[in-house]
Design a protein around this ligand. Structure first.
Ligand code: ADP
Ligand code: ZN
Ligand code: ZN
Length: 754
């Protein structure tokens, strides 16, 4: 008798661990790891789970349940994907079922999926030139048939070096203006034949594949430096200023990988950026390039999934351009992962779990495939640059713009002065209006940037621009309207609204903040004949809205584009010469230990959009604090200065990269119970980690819907492996969860919550 077989199953639920089931005898021959199966879980519900291991080890618990059925014929998920899930669940301290939920497109079904079929036409056999001429001659008396055959020859490229390309029945009929019976006649004469083949649902425009561009001398040096460093290191950071041609370098490196038969993943932080870059990539790599983002339909997701896995007969994707979730595609043969704009905050998923960082997970993904990773940025994150200067990563720097165009000139416009002198026109300084006027006169284009974060309010002295900061951390305090107090986001310190300014004794502090919509309304009044558009979350809800706005701007149908951080990075417009930053103060005063780093990055990115092709651009930065250290660094485009300053500060306050951070979010609908349990957890953690525990504190948004929220922050020593600390944290959480009456408490853990 054969031994019983057991399967460890991942269920798509927020529960820890894997669950063991018995494999029924009738499916033993078919079941494989990575297949989806139906299993009972909990009282009586059935779930689609994934087999992550098969073994003969009988579990110790009683009442072992059986798998009900297998869903797949072939595994949905490969071994490397399961290992990535497992790493994410351990590192980010969440259930592997939660990773499964994020990773598998909800429509996925490897069997039920039926690619759309379409009729295609081909020759019944190979005709040489002589035979072909004879056939055409024979059709002299049937001119319509002859015409159709000639059209087929043209469309298919028959006899050319590229060989016969598939021609769909519909395109042949419309191309030759023929009726279906003309085609039927040629089919019954045995000249042409009809067959059906799946067509891609994804709009597949065939681009002529252009050879990759010749690199400039500086680019060639950088490219070679990357290649050489990757011989000895797994990760290289490409620090290249805006418009230096980082994308062109990636294209070279991708080309090399594809020629070796490898797959490449190219990660971007924003869906808005995929529009332009996918066109650039398809020009060189044609239809083996796929794009994956959150706006796709379930069917499209499944199709991309299949094309990456290589299970789709209509083609295989070897290059994927995508946002963070494209990490989870079924790659089997990755050679290279590119993380563009690696510093970008949108790589981090905050809610729901898995609260993963796509850059860091991408590095893990690459490692699982024995592949290499390139991180690229004009203003790298402090963590990555630190890894590069300490030698953990390779470092390549590219400090000249393509075509030797100078970085844009930065003009500081002092809003406080302008207000005082009554020179402001609504939110616009004379400097900004002048630059805009000038550009419009030359039919050049303008981008106005107003960060979404501009909505988060802070307190400011209208006379001298002083802003209250935390007495314990290097961050500004945030105004909480609900409690009418200022709170430190990081340590929980709170203070009342100051009755007078600390710096100039002025009484009458004010709250600040305004958004893109208001700017749009006002700019229409100032420039009534300009064509104005806005790009932010509200104007880009529909599927193709990014595309439409970007195309319209490229085709110069928009003069002034107003937008949030969506327009600040990566976009490449030929005729854009002026960038206006409406309120740099908002950026600088975001309550975060990274606010300085982030504001530098944002300002550097957005100014990088200006003057990318033929002439130097201009950037007008409006600020009430032109002497601000960060603004001064932006003025000189001094990234290294920023890094040195940030590294020092982080060291002093023990922030990442000099420590690891874990944040615990605790929620309860009862405020008193929430306080009680978070105190218990806080005390428990302080016994384990001492002063490294900050809080419990009330976060900026201390109540969401009916849930009250507290957070606890733990700084873990960098030098020690984090697994032990994470285990201690988990145990402490479990102890709190076992407290009497704690059943309606919700505790979520966020590792690297920044
Ligand atoms: P980055 O990614 O560093 O911001 P890009 O790769 O977008 O820079 O390059 C900026 C612009 O210069 C793009 O329009 C790009 O097509 C052009 N460019 C860069 N390098 C080359 C090159 N070697 N040959 C032709 N055009 C180039
Ligand atoms: Zn003041
Ligand atoms: Zn503080």
């Amino acid at each position: 008798m054969t031994k019983a077989l057991y399967a460890d199953i991942i269920v798509p639920l927020a529960v820890r661990g894997r669950f063991t089931y018995l494999v029924p005898v009738d499916i033993i021959d078919r079941v494989k790891t990575g297949m989806r199966v139906i299993v009972p879980f909990g009282s009586n519900r059935l779930y689609n789970g994934i087999v992550c291991a098969l073994h003969e080890q009988k579990p110790t618990f009683r009442n072992i349940r059986s798998i009900k059925d297998i869903i797949d014929n072939i595994p949905s998920v490969n071994e490397l994907q399961l290992r990535l899930w497992s790493w994410i669940s351990e590192y980010y301290m969440c259930g592997i079922g939660e990773v499964m939920k994020a990773a598998l497109p909800s429509g996925i079904s490897m069997n039920r999926y039926k690619p759309k079929q379409e009729g295609f036409i081909k020759f019944t056999k190979y005709f040489n030139e002589e035979e072909l001429n004879r056939t055409l001659d024979a059709l002299k008396k049937a001119p319509r048939q002859q015409e159709l055959l000639l059209t087929y020859l043209g469309l298919s490229g028959y006899g050319t070096v590229d060989g016969e390309k598939p021609v769909s029945k519909s395109s042949l009929l419309s191309g030759s203006h023929s009726a279906p019976n003309t085609l039927d006649a040629l089919i019954s004469k045995g000249i042409l034949s009809l067959y059906s083949q799946p067509v891609s649902m994804i709009s597949s425009v065939t681009y002529a594949t252009e050879p990759v561009k010749r690199l400039s001398d500086a680019q060639a040096v950088a490219c070679l430096s990357i290649i050489n460093q990757l011989k000895v290191k797994d990760i290289v950071l490409l620090h290249g200023i805006t418009s230096s041609g980082k994308t062109e370098i990636y294209i070279h490196l991708i080309d090399e990988q594809l020629k070796q038969g490898k797959q490449v993943l190219y990660l971007l932080p924003e869906i808005a950026l995929t529009t332009q870059i996918i066109e650039r990539l398809k020009r060189h790599f044609g239809n083996s390039t796929g794009v994956y983002h959150s706006r796709l339909s379930d069917h499209e997701r499944v199709e991309i999934w299949r094309k990456v896995a290589g299970n789709d007969p209509s083609g295989r994707y070897r290059l994927i351009l995508g946002v963070r979730s494209s990490l989870f595609l079924p790659f089997s043969n990755l050679g290279l992962v590119i993380v563009d704009e690696e510093h970008d905050g949108s790589y981090k998923q905050h809610d729901p779990a898995p609260r993963y960082h796509a850059r860091d997970s991408a590095i893990m993904l690459a490692a699982l495939h024995n592949a290499k990773t390139i991180l690229g940025s004009a203003s790298p994150s402090v963590e990555s640059y630190n890894n590069a200067v300490t030698g953990k990563y390779g470092l390549t720097e590219l400090m000249e713009r393509f075509g030797f165009i100078k970085l844009p000139e930065i003009i500081l416009a002092n809003t406080r002065e302008a207000y005082k002198r009554k020179m402001m026109v609504s939110h616009f300084t004379p400097e900004l209006l002048h630059a805009m006027d000038d550009a419009l006169g030359k039919e050049e284009q303008i981008i106005l940037f107003q960060n979404r974060r501009g909505f988060s309010p802070y307190i400011e002295c209208p006379e001298c621009g002083w802003i209250p900061v935390c007495i314990q951390c290097a961050v500004n305090l945030t105004y909480h309207r609900s409690i009418n107090r200022m709170v430190c986001h990081y340590c929980g310190y709170t203070a009342g609204i100051p009755s007078k300014c600390d710096s100039c004794n002025n009484t009458g502090m004010v709250t600040r903040g305004f958004g893109t919509e208001k700017i749009e309304d006002e700019i229409k009044i100032v420039f009534p004949s300009a064509r104005i558009a806005r790009m932010d979350q509200d104007t880009t809800r529909s599927r193709n809205s990014f595309n439409r706005i970007i195309k319209a701007f490229e085709e110069r149908r928009i003069d002034i584009l107003i937008g949030t951080q969506m327009i600040s990075k990566g976009l490449d417009f030929e005729n854009l010469t002026v960038v206006g930053v409406l309120n740099a103060d908002n950026l600088l005063h975001y309550p975060d230990f990274r606010s300085h780093e982030r504001s530098f990055q944002m300002l550097e990115q957005v100014s990088g959009r200006a003057g990318r092709r033929s002439k130097q651009g201009r950037v007008v930065i409006q600020t009430s604090d032109p002497d601000n250290r960060i603004i001064r660094l932006v003025l000189r485009h001094d990234y290294k200065g920023l890094f040195r300053m940030q590294a020092e500060e982080r060291k002093a306050f023990n922030y990442p990269p000099f420590s690891r951070m874990v944040r615990i979010n605790i929620k309860h609908k009862d405020k008193i119970l929430l306080n009680q349990y978070s105190e218990i957890l806080g005390r428990d953690l302080k016994e384990l980690f001492g002063k490294r525990v900050l809080g419990p504190e009330s976060p900026v948004i201390s109540q969401v819907q009916l849930w009250y929220i507290k957070t606890i922050l733990i700084k873990i020593e960098r030098e020690k492996p984090p697994a032990k600390a994470k285990q201690l944290i988990n145990e402490a959480i479990e102890r709190t969860e076992r407290e009497k009456g704690a059943s309606s408490l919700r505790i979520a853990v966020d590792v690297d919550p920044y």
